[in-house]
Design a protein around this ligand. Sequence first.
Ligand SMILES: [Fe+2]
Length: 219
Amino acid sequence: MPSATLLAPDAVLSQKYPFTLPALGYANNAVEPAVDAQTMGIHHDRHHAAYVTNLNKALESQPTLHGYSLGELLMGLRRWPAAVQSVIRNNGGGHANHALFWNLLAPAAAATAAAPNGKLGDMIVRDFGSHEAVNAALKTAAVGQFGSGWSWLVKTATNRLVVRGLPNQDSPLLEGELPIVGIDVWEHAYYLKYQNRRADYVDAVLKRINWDVAGAQVQ
Ligand SMILES: [Fe+2]
């Protein structure tokens, strides 16, 4: 039985080469019915693992980058050799994004915050008006994201909260924005259970967001 202790997302952003796949922190079926066990297992054990493997393979021949953390590699993308920028963007982004996503999903049995509170709660009221409004914005961005990507709640460099859709595995960190909530809308995240009903998947995931984890991003 996996530990119920969730890995802090910043622990993954602090990782340096060689990068490692964090444990899921809960059983594959822990977030059912929102996310079915088969999807959870494939998503974490194969998709997320592949981002980590591909990132390590690409950086093996770049020893000058081994001293940088995952967060630094993403935030400083334009500084790195052109040959590895796409790999860092796609696979480094994939590693960071999924590590946060697993932590944001609350196991059904866990006692976690079902609504934003504390500093993040205050910021959401200031910038969106309500929890319902930020959820609606996250859903609109998730459903409207053409093709693969993520719906993000981010904190901008000017300390404002914004919801935006980003394509592929682009991390908000690429633009110096702090990811707070991310909803994976790649088909690999939902197709086995929801097929083309992305909106239903988004509704279900929004009900399982652990707002304590989201709030920890802005402390
Ligand atoms: Fe994914």
